[in-house]
Design a protein. Structure first.
Length: 86
């Protein structure tokens, strides 16, 4: 079964919810990070191609075996910022 395509709105809401969860917990939840990357991977290719920051996040996620929590903790905010830009 093909993956459901994420929309900017659903991904923005997901990133915001994850960011709030991580701030409240004061730590990254690795499953949530993987879920967020999975959703980001299904975003329309044109949107990804238009955002170097989103591409950088995906590149990091695919190239690094051990994700740095300091890097990963920035992803929800960066994703939200990239998707709400005019």
């Amino acid at each position: 079964m093909p993956k459901k395509t994420s929309t900017p709105n659903t991904l923005t809401r997901l990133a915001r919810a994850i960011n709030e969860s991580w701030e409240a917990r004061e730590s990254v939840d690795w499953q949530e990070a993987e879920d967020m990357i999975g959703a980001l991977q299904t975003l329309d290719r044109a949107i990804l191609d238009a955002s170097p920051d989103l591409r950088d996040i995906l590149d990091y996620a695919s190239e690094e075996d051990d994700w740095d929590s300091g890097e990963v903790a920035t992803w929800p905010t960066r994703i939200e910022a990239a998707l709400i830009q005019p």
